[in-house]
Design a binder for this molecule. Structure first.
Ligand code: PMP
Length: 374
């Protein structure tokens, strides 16, 4: 290991949530639920799944996928009203975040993102041996947006650090669920020098209330240094296939394509993403379920005197006012996998994905049971 670059030696491998079958085996329990990775509890569009299955039955997977993603990029372009040449496909949107770090970060350069922001930003940054500059988030006792991104602090940090070449803004953010008002994002973009790339990570865009969703499309024409990322892993329910994309200026898309592996999306992911994009009824149904159930979770957890961070995503982050490890353990023992937040510096919090009505009821009852026992 000693000859690895220092940025790599400083990293810790990302720990994904425990797989369902692993906990099933450990507990000898058949009915384990996973509310740990912000996946779509409805799965993928049934229409898309059928079409995908029919294709798998007859298609020849001996052939390489379409390395240009021609059809999917065309569809995404139509969906957003943007030229396909300004769309870049990734193996999940994580892939795109890494492309950005590979293009714009490196030794002697800095990458800026908020405290309590998505875990892949420091990984992508440090893997390039660039410096991660963490912008202080709003305080834990902030009146409306505890732990949220503070765009004024972003602008201040940027003025103090001329070596910043890339900025990640997660809106809504994971693991907090917090969000930034569209006007505040725009206000920040107006202060960013043109040589600094801003990646606006909209993985959870669809889950936001309509009034809070930024329309970044016109910003992409106004700010050539803006890159917007989206994913098929959340609302479209195909996290297991890995597909995400970026919208950007054509010259940035050209750079992204230079570092992209030629076949970074497999054939099934390309096809499933196309089919999923076509089924906007399923998207609406998924949004509806999430909105109703998210509100119920917040209501019932608050009634249990727990603090729930404001969320516009498909998960809620719950503060227990003490080390949450025993609660996490108690949930595992009851066959429920959620996400501890210790690695984010929030050891008193657990993040739980909004599931189906039945899953959420089971989760709420388990929490009640654990709190009563302790
Ligand atoms: N951005 C954020 C904020 C996320 O939470 C996630 C998923 N955990 C991603 C990006 C990446 O998702 P994917 O690579 O599956 O598109």
């Amino acid at each position: 290991t000693r000859n690895a670059l220092p940025g790599i030696l400083g990293l810790e491998a990302y720990t994904p949530g425990m797989p369902i079958d692993e906990l099933q085996r450990r507990l000898g329990l058949a009915d384990v639920i996973k509310l740990a990775s912000n996946e779509n509890p409805l799965g993928m569009s049934p229409r898309a799944r059928e079409a995908l299955a029919a294709t798998i039955a007859k298609d020849n997977l001996a052939l390489y996928p379409d390395g240009s993603g021609y059809r999917l990029k065309k569809k995404i372009g139509e969906y957003h009203g943007i030229e396909p040449g300004r769309v870049t496909l990734g193996n999940g949107s994580n892939d795109i975040l890494e492309f950005l770090a590979r293009i714009y970060a490196g030794p002697g350069r800095a990458v800026m993102f908020s405290d309590y922001a998505f875990a892949v930003y420091p990984i992508a940054t440090e893997a390039q041996n660039a410096e991660a500059v963490k912008v202080p988030a709003y305080a834990a006792d902030h009146a409306t947006m505890p732990y949220g991104h503070d765009m004024k602090a972003f602008a201040r940090c940027l003025r103090e650090r001329p070596d910043v070449s890339l900025v990640f803004v997660a809106n809504p953010n994971n693991p907090t669920g917090t969000w930034v008002a569209p006007a505040d994002i725009l206000g920040f973009l107006e202060q960013v020098p043109p040589h600094v790339i801003v990646a606006l990570d909209e993985a959870y865009w669809d889950y936001q209330d309509v009034a809070l969703r930024p329309d970044a499309r016109p910003w992409l024409d106004r700010f050539p240094n803006l890159v917007v990322t989206r994913t098929f892993s959340k609302i479209y329910g195909i996290a297991g296939l890995r597909a995400g994309y970026a919208l950007s200026h054509a010259t940035v898309a050209d750079l992204l394509n230079r570092v992209r592996q030629p076949f970074n999306n497999n054939s099934l992911a390309l096809l499933a993403a196309e089919l999923a994009l076509d089924d906007q009824d399923f998207v609406r149904q998924s949004v509806e379920l999430n909105t109703t159930e998210r509100a119920r979770l917040v209501r019932e957890l608050t009634a249990m005197k727990l603090s729930v961070l404001p969320s516009q995503a498909n998960f809620v982050t719950i503060g227990f006012g003490r080390d949450a490890t025993p609660i996490h353990q108690g949930l595992l023992e009851r066959g429920i996998i959620v996400r501890p937040m210790g690695s984010y510096g929030l050891p008193e919090y657990l993040r739980v994905t909004v599931g189906t009505e039945r899953e959420n009821t089971r989760f709420l009852e388990a929490v009640k049971d654990i709190l009563k026992a302790s």
